[in-house]
Design a protein around this ligand. Structure first.
Ligand code: SUG
Length: 447
């Protein structure tokens, strides 16, 4: 049986803005208060999707979430009409309005953790929506994400969609950004690597929050029915977290049998690599591309997001392709390293650069924007076809973005009650385009 690795990208939302909401995410902090360009951001993301689709890869689309998210604001005690609520929260609690308005669901790598059917005990694809409890503005994503995944993968004979883990710090979970699957071929059983920043408990004595716990990872592996001997749990290094690697995918990416990572990514690199080798026994020989701080200083890795690239098996090419942010070309150390990387005989044969600058300014690179879903041919047929990229869908989404998205958005614009109405009108139309029915968003359900 054949299988492909599909990329499901999050569409950038209408409220894409620079709220400075993520402690430990250096780009988000640095760009706080900048004027964002939601339309440009959405088109940049859509162009990346179209490019991969044009090159023969399977590309899916995940819809933005409803923002500002009034249920959060109401839960905090604001009452009245929607307009009154926005006006009141803007005046008395602008940071709550900021959290309720983030378009962070666009970073689909945080939406869920996916285990392909080749790895699971019941032979189904398992997906667990992430609870994202560490950051207030992201803790409101899980429920809607689960709804999205159920719409994308509804066939229960093929797919099992789990709700987010309990919303408690012990189970802090940020999805596939801390998960890597290695394999010989997508259809064959693989090794799943789960990376955590800390263990449960409030004992983290570090500069920035560690957003993934070992306990969450263990729970995900159990839920998904993974084989213990093919599962590896590894700790992130504190050095990486404190340098701004708030998710492991800021310093590490893997595909097929290749793991591409910075030497400072893991707390114990040797033990991690040994465990991967042992788990891969009889399946494949892992290929480790470990990048030294001498070649790429950690600070450069984090500002350019070299490792937040998509590592992709490209139709017609023998070696993997790294789809990296443009920022990598603009940094001497990283640009030089990329040339050296492809000149060798290693598993990565080419680097492509893409423009996702609007997302990068909030700490989201090409790999943050996508959720990888390995699908067998049958599963691909069973998935929601309306959510898969096509020339027609691309044209529709381009028109939709151009019609509804604002060109610019300043933080003060979040106080405009009109933004809520614009968002609802646009998302209502989008549920039609993506075939999601008319009871998909809370504003549709509660009306
Ligand atoms: O969770 N940024 C996101 C970026 C997520 C990147 N994802 C991966 N590495 N996979 C975050 O920190 C910033 C929002 C703001 O500040 O307005 C933000 O949420």
């Amino acid at each position: 049986m054949k299988a492909v690795e599909a990329n499901y990208d999050g569409l950038v939302g209408l409220t894409h803005n620079y709220g400075g909401l993520s402690a430990g995410n250096l780009a988000s902090a640095k760009n706080t208060g900048l004027i964002s360009r939601p339309r440009e951001a959405a088109l940049q993301g859509l162009d990346k999707m179209k490019h991969l689709h044009d090159c023969g890869l399977v590309q899916g689309v995940l819809p933005p979430h409803e923002r500002p998210f009034l249920p959060l604001i109401r839960a905090a005690g604001f009452t009245g009409t929607d307009k009154q609520i926005i006006e009141a929260v803007a005046k008395t609690s602008p940071s709550l309005l900021g959290a309720a308005s983030a378009s962070a669901a666009m970073w689909a790598a945080n939406a869920a953790t996916i285990s392909p059917s080749a790895d699971t005990a019941d032979g189904k694809l398992h997906a667990s929506a992430a609870n994202l409890v560490t950051m207030l503005h992201r803790s409101i994503e899980g429920e809607q994400t689960a709804r999205t995944l159920r719409a994308a993968f509804a066939a229960q004979n093929h797919f099992r969609v789990h709700p987010p883990l309990p919303a408690q710090e012990a189970f802090a979970d940020e999805g596939a950004a801390n998960h890597v699957r290695l394999c010989a071929a997508h259809a064959e059983p693989g090794v799943e690597l789960f990376v955590h920043g800390r263990r449960a408990g409030f004992d983290q004595n570090i500069k920035f929050p560690a957003r993934q716990t070992l306990e969450a990872n263990e729970a995900l592996a159990r839920r998904h029915g993974l084989r213990a001997d093919r599962t590896v749990f590894a700790a992130q290094s504190l050095t990486a977290i404190e340098a701004g690697a708030f998710h492991n995918d800021v310093v590490c990416v893997g595909a097929k049998s290749c793991l591409f990572f910075h030497e400072d990514a893991f707390a114990d690199t040797e033990a991690t690599l040994r465990a991967i080798r042992t788990a891969a026994q009889d399946l494949f020989e892992p290929q480790f591309v470990q990048v030294s701080a001498q070649d790429v200083p950690l600070a450069d890795a984090i500002t350019t997001y070299l490792f937040n690239s998509m590592l992709v098996e490209w139709p017609g090419e023998a070696r993997l392709v790294l789809i990296a942010p443009m920022e990598c070309q603009e940094n001497q150390n990283v640009a030089r390293f990329c040339q050296k990387l492809v000149a060798g005989n290693g598993p990565i044969g080419r680097v492509e650069f893409v423009d996702v600058r609007q997302s990068m300014r909030n700490g989201g690179g090409p790999a943050c924007l996508r959720l990888r879903v390995v699908l067998t041919e049958e599963e691909r047929r069973a998935a929601n076809q309306n959510m898969l990229m096509s020339d027609d869908l691309y044209a529709k989404l381009t028109r939709w973005i151009e019609k509804h998205y604002r060109e610019t958005l300043a933080p003060a614009d979040l106080a405009d009650p009109q933004l809520l109405l614009e968002g609802r009108q646009a998302l209502d139309e989008l549920t039609g385009i993506l075939g999601l029915g008319s009871a998909f968003y809370p504003f549709q359900i509660n009306n």
